[in-house]
Design a protein around this ligand. Structure first.
Ligand SMILES: [Zn+2]
Length: 235
């Protein structure tokens, strides 16, 4: 990732940022922490209308995006109200991680790890290499296959550890970036992100044109997006 790339115009993103309006201001929102029970929640206040709750798949951290004037008390209530959702989502993410690690890494995660510890895993050089190898062995073939359907292919694909998006694409340059976390997701969801980003080569925004094109080539894309989003957010 070069400096100029990281400063390129805001790229279009796969889920979950599909839920973020394209008009989100570029100003950097302030992130603070808020202790709720035994959890430290990352809170970002920005110009949005609703509160969003997400579980970061890399470490299980709870993050909340909230409208600027939301009080800490309201955020605490919001998090507490979704306690059971947080528990079931973490459990589901843990199961997915375990199932897909067998495929991605050829071995099971240490069963003695608690879900919390599992999410706290860092990107070790070994894990990075395994995830990259897994995606590199599958994604180019997917792009080739879907390129025949869509008529356009990205000019380059890079794999990176990202914490807030599954993928992104800059239509002007044709560059696609995919989150290494995808290596631990089911193949149908990897394929959804790849196709989503490739459709951006035709349709930069998430408007009707984008939706029509997605539905034409992947009729169940909304279901796949829902599954992917269910791992990240609760609105
Ligand atoms: Zn998108």
């Amino acid at each position: 990732m070069t400096r100029s790339e990281s400063q390129s115009p805001q790229p279009h993103r796969a889920s979950p940022p599909t839920s973020i309006p394209a008009s989100t201001p570029a100003s950097t929102p302030a992130t603070t922490t808020l202790v709720v029970g035994s959890e430290t929640v990352l809170v970002t206040r920005k110009s949005i209308k609703n509160m969003y709750l997400r579980i970061r798949p890399d470490d299980g951290t709870i993050t909340v995006s909230a409208p600027r004037r939301t009080t800490n008390a309201a955020i605490r209530d919001f998090v507490c109200a979704h306690e059971s959702w947080i528990g079931s989502t973490r459990k589901r993410m843990t199961q997915l991680h375990r199932e897909n690690e067998v495929a991605a890494f050829g071995h099971e995660t240490d069963e003695t790890l608690t879900p919390r510890e599992l999410f706290r895993r860092k990107w070790t050089p070994e894990r990075l290499q395994a995830a990259r190898g897994y995606l590199q062995a599958r994604v180019p073939e997917m792009i080739k296959r879907w390129g025949r359907v869509l008529g356009r292919t990205p000019t380059s694909v890079t794999y990176r550890a990202m914490t807030s998006r599954w993928g992104s694409c800059t239509p002007a340059t044709g560059r696609m970036r995919l989150n290494l976390e995808l290596a631990e997701m089911p193949e149908a969801l990897i394929e959804y992100v790849v196709v989503h980003e490739m459709v951006h080569l035709w349709e930069p925004k998430h408007g009707a044109g984008f939706h029509n094109r997605m539905s034409a080539v992947m009729p169940d894309w909304r279901e796949r997006a829902r599954t992917l989003n269910s791992l990240w957010r609760y609105a």
